[in-house]
Design a protein around this ligand. Structure first.
Ligand code: CUA
Length: 382
């Protein structure tokens, strides 16, 4: 194809590409192009610098190429072969020297950003320390100093670093919250670390960025950046019903009375009967029991969480019912079994009761008085 015909078909193709690209959102909840904290901002700066440098290199190379194509194209009057330039010391020196300079220009800011953002963390008292355990296909987040264990949802205060210790219970995963910064692998038995920070409040989305089979595409999480007061409120609300032995000494806990709502009571009974507690943990504050294993998401405080199925659905009664009815339909490949047969006549009624019970976990019962106890004191909850 001649150059002219080739460029004729290239122009409409570029037009279509431009139209398609105009549909892309650059400031969505997972956009690395709109970072919210120091790590993300520095990494974007590096990306932008490298991008513009590459644009310059591209323009220079293609400019030279097209200049040579037109300036030195063969003419009817040409006879013989053109002057040969191989072995020219000047040209060899130029095209060796320029790439070396470009690599140095990229290396200096890259190494600086690596040192500033990637080095092993020097602890600071304002850090929020979080142990992250990757599971097929959900995230366990443990705040060891606060006695909180939750799943698929991180809460941090704005302007304070979260220092993540990353581990995996099974295969390789990768923690990636693009608006906060770059990703880091979770490798079984290897103590990887990552710190991130956000200067803005908001809800930012994260994703597993390492193919971990099955429901990898549904292994999502949320980072909720609160003001300092809202964060403290979240911590307290979580500590209210957490297993007392996990809480730090002297934590004030509001002991929740059991709800008298019969639907919630039925839901609680069903959760025990249907075998949910063989996998899931629900700390029962009043009875002082802990069930399940840490291989599956803890449901203690489930009512305070924003999503279902590792951030696949918003945590609403309708979505939770949908999840319980057919978990494989919502998140293909995950390990949650279908509990109710499709022709079970009690299915809908029982699912409603379980939904009511699960959503009540962590939220105080409206109709019951609350006693305040101090863990680590003489309240008998130790
Ligand atoms: Cu975990 Cu992909």
């Amino acid at each position: 194809m001649s150059l002219v015909r080739w460029s004729r078909s290239l122009i409409p193709a570029l037009g279509i590409l431009a139209l398609l690209l105009s549909g892309c959102v650059t400031d969505g909840p997972r956009s690395a192009l709109h970072p919210v904290g120091e790590v993300g901002i520095k990494q974007l700066g590096l990306l932008t610098f490298t991008l513009w440098l590459s644009v310059g290199v591209g323009l220079a190379v293609f400019g030279t190429l097209f200049y040579a194509l037109f300036r030195f194209r063969s003419r009817k009057s040409d006879t013989g072969i053109p002057r040969q330039v191989q072995g020219s010391l000047l040209i060899e020196a130029i095209w060796t020297g320029i790439p070396v300079l470009i690599i140095i220009a990229i290396a200096i800011p890259t190494v600086r950003v690596i040192w500033e953002t990637e080095a092993r963390v020097v602890p600071h008292e304002s850090d929020v320390n979080i142990n992250v355990m990757g599971h097929q296909w959900w995230w366990e987040f443990e705040y060891p100093e606060l006695g909180i264990i939750t799943a698929n949802e991180l809460h941090i205060p704005e302007g304070r670093r979260m220092v993540l210790s990353l581990d995996s219970a099974d295969v390789l995963h990768s923690f990636w919250a693009p608006k906060l910064g770059g990703k880091r692998d979770l490798i079984p038995g290897q103590d990887n670390e990552l710190w991130l920070i956000s200067d803005e409040t908001g809800e930012f989305w994260g994703h597993c960025a390492e193919l971990c089979l099955g429901a990898h595409a549904y292994m999502r999480f949320r980072v909720i950046v609160d003001t300092e007061e809202d964060y403290q409120e979240w911590v307290e609300s979580f500590q209210q019903v957490q297993a007392p032995e996990m809480l730090p000494e002297g934590t004030a806990v509001q002991v929740q009375q059991q709800s008298t709502d019969p639907e919630i009571a039925l839901g609680k009974q069903l959760v025990a009967q249907k075998g949910c507690l063989g996998c899931h943990t629900i700390d029962d504050y009043l009875e002082g029991t802990t069930t399940g294993t840490r291989n599956y998401p803890s449901l203690t405080n489930f009512g305070l969480r924003n999503t279902v199925g590792a951030a696949v659905l918003e945590n609403t009664p309708e979505n939770l019912a949908r999840w319980l009815r057919d978990p494989q339909d919502v998140k293909p490949g995950n390990y949650m079994p279908t509990v109710w047969a499709e022709d079970d006549p009690n299915r809908e009624e029982e699912i409603s009761a379980v939904v009511a019970y699960l959503l009540s976990l962590g939220t105080p019962a409206d109709d019951s008085p609350q006693a305040v106890a101090l863990h680590g004191g003489t309240n008998g909850y130790q």
